[in-house]
Ligand binder design. Structure first.
Ligand code: BES
Ligand code: MN
Ligand code: ZN
Length: 507
């Protein structure tokens, strides 16, 4: 179901004329005194002339600015492209994320060309990796549901990175990683972009099996009969209103030499109408993205397997369609979750926490070192942090490591507290818990609800756990920017891969 084409990544150290391409991209930064042409492969004479005419050409160096000029003979390309990288620090190197965005934006906007050479300043392997990731993330399109390719431009096929570091073995490994991580992000985007007519619980489970083909992972699918029999009351309770039956999918990567064990739980609501507590019509279509968390955890585990990292990683995809059918859960219904806790459903639109509770209990039973759950859980996340920054809550050890990993990966996450006074707001008159509580700070209320389902380790302590709310950043309903396209963004795959790399390095 998910058919993405991948960009070919390669590097070249010198002599662009011998490596012809359709366009050579050079970076321009926003300096304090106007635009500055960044380090580039042009002759000193050309570079000086070009640098002097930047202002006259209207080149500012602002992020996402792309100016096309005729090619210079020395670059072996028909066009020379000036790409804005945004503000440049007075001293010191550019951040990896500014390189990633600039490369991504250029490749995204140059769709239609086959081969593009990217000549940004790259002092370290990390810099090259950032350019490579940006390029692979920019070279994305989603055309599966178009009947004709008229007027559509194919994404760039080959990205050639101009760097002095070309050819080192270290760089080859880094490029392989960049390609694999970008592939996981792009597959996440495509699952999110797939319409709910085509992506529903059963087909999502099939897509997970498909994507896992050829990788050393085991995929187990719970159908509705097994879910019912084993007592997954949250997933079943949410799925009951739909003719499409829910699924739980477990994706396990378990290499022999694992030195750490993590569980990832993802919200997989293939469409969220709100159920009987029906959502308003405006932008309801965006709720096809309510399975982004499950797509993220699936593709993260597949990336970890592809990279061959020594970690035991298990993804739990909690998949259901939240519909207001005759069989749907009603406000005031009580569900018995996996593990036995009861929940009064006071609002059927707070369904994500119900399916996630089952997944978190199931994950806890395997005693992982840490549980991280990822979910498009609350509109309150958008109110609190806007549409680009994910909220992270939970055990300090895990939230701190996730923040550090996100910084390294170039993604925006921000830690939020779990104030104790929120817990009693989830008390129910009839069950162990209600599924809604304090409305203000609702992102945190939802996390406090999830915390009730995190199990204990063998010593009786709560398993280290973090919850990432990606309601806003998982779906871009505005204009594209940097390497971010419209609709599914694939956010937090990069953070989770970086998190695992970090804990393995520390182990
Ligand atoms: N899937 C939504 C959250 C959401 C909102 C994601 C906007 C992306 C964009 C979730 O299931 C939901 O409806 N949450 C409710 C919870 C409320 C009823 C406590 C919400 O945020 O309004
Ligand atoms: Mn909802
Ligand atoms: Zn939802």
């Amino acid at each position: 179901m998910v058919k993405n084409t991948e960009v070919n990544l390669s590097t070249v150290a010198r002599d662009l004329k011998k490596n012809p391409s359709d366009a050579v991209v050079i970076g321009v930064g926003q300096g304090t005194d106007g635009p500055v042409l960044l380090d580039n492969p042009l002759t000193a004479k050309s570079a000086e002339a070009l640098g002097d005419s930047l202002k006259a050409l209207g080149v500012t160096g602002a992020a996402d600015q792309l100016v096309r000029l005729p090619g210079l003979p020395e670059t072996g390309a028909g066009i020379l492209v000036l790409a804005g990288v945004g503000k440049v620090p007075a001293t010191g190197p550019l951040t990896g994320e500014s390189l990633r965005r600039a490369a991504g934006s250029a490749v995204r906007q140059l769709a239609g060309l086959a081969t593009v050479t990217l000549a940004f300043p790259t002092a370290t392997v990390q810099d090259v990796t950032a350019v490579a990731e940006g390029a692979a993330l920019g070279a994305y399109s989603f055309t599966e549901f178009r009947s004709s390719s008229d007027g559509l431009k194919d994404p760039v096929r080959n990205a050639v990175i101009f760097t002095e570091l070309a050819g080192t073995p270290e760089l080859e490994a880094a490029l392989k990683r960049a390609g694999l991580v970008a592939k996981a992000v792009n597959a996440t985007r495509s699952l999110v972009n797939t319409p709910p007519s085509h992506l529903y619980p059963e087909s999502f489970a099939e897509a997970a099996k498909d994507l896992a083909k050829g990788l050393p992972v085991k995929v187990t699918v719970w159908d509705e009969k097994r879910l019912e029999k084993e007592g997954f009351g949250g997933i079943m309770g949410v799925g009951k209103g739909s003719t499409r039956q829910p699924r739980l999918v477990k994706v396990e990567y378990s290499p022999a030499k694992a030195t750490a064990k993590v569980a990832l739980v993802g919200k997989g609501i293939t469409f969220d109408t709100g159920g009987i507590s029906l959502k308003p019509a405006l932008n309801m279509g965006d709720m096809k993205s309510d399975m982004a968390g499950a797509a993220v955890v699936l593709n993260t585990v597949l990336a970890l397997a592809g990279l061959g990292l020594p970690v035991k990683a298990t993804a739990w995809l909690c998949i259901a369609e939240n519909m207001p059918g005759g069989g749907a859960s009603r406000p005031a219904d009580v569900l018995t979750m996996f593990g036995g806790k009861t929940v009064e459903v006071l609002n059927t639109d707070a369904e994500g926490r119900l399916v996630m509770a089952d997944g978190i209990v199931a994950a806890s039973r395997e005693y992982p070192d840490a549980i991280i759950d990822v979910a498009t859980l609350t509109g309150a996340q958008l109110i609190a942090l806007g549409n680009r920054t994910a909220g992270v809550m939970g055990s300090d050890s895990v939230t701190g490591a996730l923040k550090a990993a996100a910084d390294r990966a170039g993604e925006l996450v921000w830690p939020m507290p779990l104030p104790e006074e929120l817990r009693p707001t989830l008390d129910s008159q009839v069950a162990d818990l209600a599924n809604i509580g304090e409305r203000h700070g609702g992102m945190m209320t939802a996390a406090v609800f999830l915390r009730e389902f995190v199990g204990k380790d063998k010593a009786g302590e709560q398993i280290p756990w973090a919850h990432i709310d990606i309601a806003g950043p998982s779906f871009n309903n505005g204009s594209p920017y940097g390497y971010t396209h419209k609709q599914g963004t694939g956010c937090t795959v990069r953070t989770l891969v970086a998190y695992v790399e970090d804990i393995l390095a520390a182990a």
